[in-house]
Ligand binder design. Structure first.
Ligand SMILES: [Zn+2]
Length: 150
């Protein structure tokens, strides 16, 4: 099954943001990373991965974890729609390295900052990571969306 690129506003479950923030705190002072599981409409869950670089400023998703994410998402009728990583000491904007190493135009890239607590989404457009608006879904992505207040 081919993955459908996420377009427009991206729906992200509140539990996804919570799980990413928790992973980021556990991995600190190093960056954490993992895969985003969902549909063309949004992100349903995360699949944490090992950061092969074990670095506070770089990440490399363990390919074995990437394959495991593809396999388990397929079993759930979902696909890998993107990847996330943390910035333990900087803002939630892509670094030069992030931009250089981003290669998948279909991917949604989420970055969480442990400095500001923000999570931002980006997509690769003409070689640059462009910010995409995230919308937080309360319960189910397929059901009625409850937007977070504020
Ligand atoms: Zn980064």
């Amino acid at each position: 099954m081919a993955s459908t690129p996420v377009s427009g506003d991206v729906l992200v479950r509140a539990t996804v943001l919570r799980d990413i923030a928790r992973h980021a705190e556990q991995a600190a002072p190093n960056e954490c990373c993992g895969l985003l599981i969902g549909t063309g409409a949004g992100v349903e869950s995360v699949h944490p991965a090992r950061n092969l670089r074990q670095s506070p400023t770089r990440y490399l998703v363990d390919p074995a974890d990437h394959f495991a994410a593809i396999k388990s998402s397929r079993q759930a009728g979902l696909v890998v729609v993107g990847a996330y990583h943390s910035h333990p000491t900087s803002s939630a904007w892509p670094s030069q390295t992030d931009e250089q190493e981003a290669s998948d135009a279909d991917f949604l890239y989420l970055i969480v900052s442990l400095v500001t607590g923000e999570t931002r989404g980006f997509r690769l457009v003409e070689g640059r990571l462009q910010a995409v608006p995230l919308r937080v879904a309360g319960c189910s992505l397929s059901g009625k969306v409850r937007r977070s207040s504020g």
